[in-house]
Design a protein around this ligand. Structure first.
Ligand SMILES: C[S@@+](CC[C@H](N)C(=O)[O-])C[C@H]1O[C@@H](n2cnc3c(N)ncnc32)[C@H](O)[C@@H]1O
Length: 305
């Protein structure tokens, strides 16, 4: 980093204060879509700026430039191969750089494209309102309304077409259906506790029960009970014993209206609850088979056919 922290740790302390304040600011570029693991944009702006400034810049000058709207990265290109929620690229673009990025997660690519695209404020407000009206109509019955609570986020799962087989399906394999907080004894006791990875399913921890319940939600288009368990989930299931439950929703259709679909699934007896997953596996009531393949090239390059 080229900017010099003169004297003490003053520069770092000032930066952490700016980052803390910035976390409370609503930044419309990042409101395009929720990204849970977002790195603090104010921190990334500081790091990008520091790399662009000559060495020996005083703290005072650094903060002056930080606050200015000058494109300090003009003529530079920033590439983020693991761009995630895109904070590095958005901040680099704001500082005048040309930006490029990639990510293994298609959701990240969609989000970052939207964040980097020039915005027509009028159009955005118009379509934002249409989307919100639609989501309220479809989903508001699931959430409490009134002065004591209001929904902060609505989620949808994009449908994509497989480029290999042309089948369409939900972008993510697990649909998370949350219990109705109105009927929970203490809704604040229900919280998300773990993620399989950056963007896939969540575990739910419910402290309304003693001992606490850890709930893994699995869903499938098929009615037959079949779901994937990551090595991490199996490890947690073993560690927590009876406190670990799998809630399985079968026969799920992503095409049906959410309200009707939810009511139908509940009428059909879902979720099926498997309490103490590890014991169920050991007793043979549930079976787990390895689904990972190790593919290697044969030593014999000309095998007999
Ligand atoms: C911590 S986030 C990156 C944060 C981002 N650089 C920023 O400035 O906010 C890590 C990202 O790396 C992506 N990722 C992990 N392995 C990858 C791979 N092999 N190829 C491309 N992206 C990958 C993940 O999908 C995730 O979005």
């Amino acid at each position: 980093m080229a900017a010099k922290a003169t004297g003490s740790t003053g520069w770092a302390r000032a930066l952490s204060q700016v980052v803390a304040k910035d976390r409370r600011v609503r930044d419309s570029a990042y409101a395009a879509h929720r990204w849970w693991a977002r790195r603090p944009p104010a921190l990334l702006r500081a790091l990008l700026l520091a790399t662009a400034l000559p060495s020996g810049v005083s703290e005072e000058e650094f903060w002056e430039r930080y606050a200015s709207e000058e494109p300090h990265l003009l003529g530079k290109t920033v590439y983020d191969p693991f761009m995630g929620g895109g904070s590095t690229l958005v901040e680099a673009q704001r500082l005048g750089a040309s930006v490029m990025g990639s990510d293994v997660d298609p959701m990240s690519v969609r989000i970052v494209k939207a964040e980097l695209a020039p915005v027509d404020g009028k159009k955005l407000r118009h379509y934002g309102k249409l989307l919100l009206d639609h989501l309220r109509e479809e989903l508001s019955w699931l959430f409490p309304s009134g002065p004591e609570a209001a929904p902060l986020h609505y989620f949808s799962i994009a449908e994509v077409q497989c480029p290999a087989c042309t089948e369409t399906g939900a972008l993510y394999r697990s649909l998370v259906l949350v219990r109705d907080p109105i009927n929970a004894d203490d809704p604040t006791a229900v919280r998300w506790v773990a993620r399989d990875d950056e963007s896939l399913g969540y575990d739910i921890e419910d402290s309304n029960f003693s001992p606490k319940r850890r709930i893994e939600v699995k869903a499938s288009a098929e009615k037959i009970v079949r779901f994937f368990l990551s090595p991490n989930e199996l490890e947690v299931a073993r560690r927590l014993g009876d406190d670990y439950e799998v809630h399985f929703w079968g026969g799920v259709s992503v095409k049906a209206s959410i309200k009707e679909e939810y009511e139908r699934l509940v009428r059909d007896g879902y979720p099926l609850i498997f309490r103490g997953l590890d014991a169920l596996l050991r007793s043979g009531r549930l079976n787990a088979v390895p689904t990972q393949y190790l593919v290697t090239e044969s030593d014999d390059r000309n095998p007999a056919v």
